[in-house]
Design a protein around this ligand. Structure first.
Ligand SMILES: NC(=O)c1ccc[n+]([C@@H]2O[C@H](COP(=O)([O-])OP(=O)(O)OC[C@H]3O[C@@H](n4cnc5c(N)ncnc54)[C@H](OP(=O)(O)O)[C@@H]3O)[C@@H](O)[C@H]2O)c1
Length: 283
């Protein structure tokens, strides 16, 4: 596994296993056991995924020392606000069965992000989180955090894939010492991402699968990636990406595939804001 050093020196694995859609406790436990055995050390969950307890149990059962793992969780909109956020953070700690979170994120840029960030900063200062950040924040929202707070996020977890490369945001984050972490890298297998001819050609050349080419393209540019897979072969394949490098000219070919638009969410649409803003979970 290769790592990215965050601005505060915390080392973050470049490939992580996400559990967004794995709500069933037994299924989540079994898949995490397989992922940890395959070599994953970063797990991405969220209060809204309603599986933090299953993650905590799987971690405990694995016997892997806590300091070898990198646990990310996120606060959902319904818990935004200074006092509510502090309570939500404690509940996440309890469910995960740990006394610190490696990376704690504000899940969505909707609602009272400022009072929430004040609580998140405090959790960081007190040592309950090794790093803190945001998710799905566009440039203006990240700038808002920098204008109103002294603590900048260390990470912005965002949708990023061949069609939505986020070049401008990536550049802005880099200039501000914030790491971009990618979700949606395979667009859930839709939009023909894994059949893209340029990617298939590079796969044949490097003797790697299209998925591995895409993951290398991200990690080679120091973007940590999250992948969800319920297939053991895919799980292992997604970790086997550090024995080759894409050439500059190949990175340029991939850059040309950008459609500069989200495959999933458009935060400037009222329906996106309404749907996310009113979604409630058992947090
Ligand atoms: N911050 C946010 O708002 C946010 C939003 C969405 C997701 N996330 C995080 O990102 C994680 C990943 O979710 P995602 O939505 O980004 O899904 P994704 O990784 O883009 O897609 C998952 C799909 O890719 C397939 N896949 C995985 N490895 C493959 C391989 N090597 N070859 C072919 N297909 C492969 C999986 O199928 P198989 O099961 O068959 O392998 C699954 O259908 C989530 O679990 C969550 O932790 C965060």
């Amino acid at each position: 596994m290769e790592y990215l050093s965050l601005k505060n020196g915390v080392k973050m694995p470049l490939v992580g296993y996400g559990v967004a859609d794995i709500r069933d406790e037994a299924r989540c436990g079994a898949l995490l056991a397989e992922a940890l055995a395959a070599g994953y050390r970063m797990i991405d969950t969220a209060a809204a995924y309603e599986n933090e307890k299953a993650v905590g149990n799987a971690v405990k059962k694995s016997g892997i020392p806590r300091e070898e793992l990198f646990l990310t969780t996120k606060i959902w909109i319904q818990d935004y606000g200074y006092e509510k956020a502090k309570r939500a953070f404690q509940k996440s700690l309890e469910r995960l069965g740990t006394d610190y979170i490696d990376l704690y994120l504000i899940h969505q840029p909707i609602g009272d992000i400022h009072e929430t960030w004040r609580a998140v900063e405090e959790m960081y200062r007190k040592g309950y989180a090794r790093a803190v950040g945001v998710s799905n924040f566009e440039m203006g929202k990240v700038a808002e955090v920098s204008v109103f707070h002294s603590q900048m996020p260390y990470v912005n977890q965002i949708e990023m894939n061949l069609l939505c490369q986020q070049k401008e945001l990536l550049q802005y984050l880099k200039e501000n010492g914030i790491a971009a972490e990618a979700w949606g890298v395979f667009a859930r297998g839709t939009m023909g991402i894994l059949e893209e001819p340029v990617i298939r050609k590079l796969g044949r050349k490097h003797k790697k699968t299209p998925a591995q080419i895409i993951l290398r393209w991200m990690t080679q540019r120091e973007v940590p990636v999250l992948i969800q897979s319920e297939n053991g072969v895919h799980m292992r394949e997604n970790l086997d990406i550090f024995d080759f490098r894409l050439e500059e000219e190949e990175l340029e070919q991939i850059a040309e595939l950008d459609l500069e638009r989200s495959v999933y969410l458009n935060y400037s649409l009222p329906e996106t804001v309404a749907r996310l803003g009113t979604a409630r979970f058992n947090t």
